[in-house]
Write a protein that binds this ligand. Structure first.
Ligand SMILES: Nc1ncnc2c1ncn2[C@@H]1O[C@H](COP(=O)(O)OP(=O)(O)OP(=O)(O)O)[C@@H](O)[C@H]1O
Length: 457
């Protein structure tokens, strides 16, 4: 089977980590099966949708390593939706309704008081042509509902009409259509709600697998009915659990919380974000994965758990450390240039400091420590000062390499009465101005003898 998946956000804000989970699930699924990934913008709401947001979403996806095979916009496809509407009307499956929101609310209350399910009672189906004409003469415009294939007779019947599918993530799933109102597909002003354009596009774009958040499970029941009403075979569906904030709040594009842009601005590596977005809330262990190819190997949709999972950004920093620790120089060479890190020592420098970084930008601090000379102005005690004097006198001659530090400190230990922390701490402080940091055996050759001597307090 030629797999085709899609990611279909509304371009109404910056995507957040939950949206990224959906995008990545689709991307990894496509990569695993050699399939296609369609980026489709659900921009039928012309008021709220903006091209600027669509561009930002594409930028965020590229940053994560997702490069769609095709990009499309629903706002360019209204003719296709209009054609589907005509088909449904001709089949008697889309019917005009005239109730105002207040009238609907009243009907809902009456049904509840009669202990009936609070669904739309299909009263508009019974309207005659004359009744419809007079409602329209009053100035009412119809909205259009899809006649769900449930208890085609009296909606007050309690008979169930189940729609079932085998979910890629959750296994057997069932939605009882009898518990749902006939959904509105077209509003009074002629604009489309999400349901119909999504199904028409999935059919016409040959989407074989719809993978999305479990906020869509009920929609899927309705959409499967709509696929069938349009004489199409429904795709395979998969619904993964949603991510929440660390304190359990839901995420939304409008709030901006945990947006991909904010994590990027915070200096987090794309693979830290991708690893955590995919592995959180699953039975897979959370580990730092270094490429999307490797993540695709680990990815198993059915490993996602059924309940919402908290996304803790503190975990990102831990993953980031691991990812940077294992990052080869070729992968960061160009990015280091942006921090002024380059030249013949750059690779050696990277290998010396990469184990000590929370974020790539931290490398700039170490570059300054190594290349610009640090005169930390540490107030050493007289005893430390005397010790350091003796130690600096013992600095080996060049050439220096990874063994120089060991040779030097061995000589210092033999000559002075110091060992352990009493020996290493003042040396580290004198050389870097800091109590901790990269291995001095790695830093020393980068400094060179002249610069090291210049740091003698
Ligand atoms: N918190 C979440 N965790 C995982 N997936 C999510 C989350 N929120 C949305 N999604 C998924 O992201 C995809 C795009 O959805 P959509 O554009 O509706 O985003 P949203 O953030 O829910 O919307 P809104 O613009 O209303 O904030 C959908 O497949 C949806 O299931």
């Amino acid at each position: 089977m030629n797999v085709t998946v899609r990611f279909a956000p509304s371009p109404t804000g910056n995507i957040h980590i939950g949206n990224a989970r959906t995008a990545l699930f689709n991307w990894l699924f496509a990569r695993k099966s050699g399939g296609r990934f369609i980026q489709r913008f659900d921009d039928t709401d012309r008021e709220r949708s903006k091209q600027e947001y669509a561009d930002r979403i594409l930028y965020d996806l590229h940053w994560l390593g997702i490069f769609p095979d095709h990009v499309d916009y629903q706002s360019k496809r209204f003719a296709h939706y209009d054609a589907a509407v005509e088909k449904l009307k001709a089949a008697g499956l889309l019917y005009p309704c005239y109730e105002t929101p207040d009238e609907l609310e009243l009907k809902r209350k009456i049904r509840l008081s009669r202990k009936l399910p609070p669904v739309y009672g299909r009263e508009a189906l019974a309207l005659s042509a004359d009744e419809r004409a007079s409602l329209e003469a009053e100035g009412r415009k119809p909205h259009w509902r899809f006649l769900l294939p449930n208890h085609a007779g009296d909606p007050s019947e309690t008979q169930r009409t189940d729609i079932s599918w085998t979910d890629l993530v959750r296994g057997e799933e069932t939605v009882d259509l009898a518990s749902l109102s006939d959904p509105v597909l077209v509003r009074e002003d002629g604009s489309y709600l999400y349901t119909l354009p999504s199904v028409v596009d999935d059919i016409e774009m040959g989407v074989t697998h719809v993978i999305r958040g479990d906020d869509h499970i009920t929609n899927t029941g309705v959409q499967i009915a709509l696929f069938k009403a349009l004489a199409a075979e429904p795709p395979v569906f998969g619904h993964h659990n949603l991510l929440t904030s660390a304190t359990g709040e839901g995420l939304s594009k409008r709030s901006g919380a945990l947006s991909i842009a904010s994590l990027r601005d915070d200096g987090i590596e794309p693979m830290s974000v991708a690893s955590l977005a995919v592995l959180t809330g699953s039975s897979e262990a959370i580990t730092a994965v270094s490429s999307l190819e490797e993540l695709a190997q680990k990815f198993e949709p059915s490993a996602a758990s059924r309940s919402a999972a908290r996304f803790d950004p503190a975990d990102l920093v831990l993953l980031n450390r691991t990812i940077l620790q294992n990052m080869p120089f070729e992968k960061v060479r160009d990015r280091l240039v942006a921090f002024g890190i380059g030249g013949p020592q750059a690779e050696e420098f990277w290998l010396a400091v990469r184990g000590n970084l929370d974020r790539l930008a931290d490398a700039a601090v170490w570059w300054r420590v190594v290349s610009q000379g640090t005169r930390p102005g540490i107030d050493f005690s007289d005893a430390d000062r005397a010790f350091l004097d003796e130690a600096f006198d013992l600095l080996p001659e060049e050439p220096w390499n990874g063994e120089t530090w060991k040779a030097w400190t061995r000589a210092v230990k033999d000559k002075t009465d110091r060992k352990g922390k009493a020996l290493f701490r003042p040396l580290r402080l004198a050389l870097t101005g800091l109590e901790s940091g990269p291995e001095l055996s790695d830093l020393l050759p980068l400094l060179g003898r002249e610069e090291t001597l210049a740091r003698r307090p």
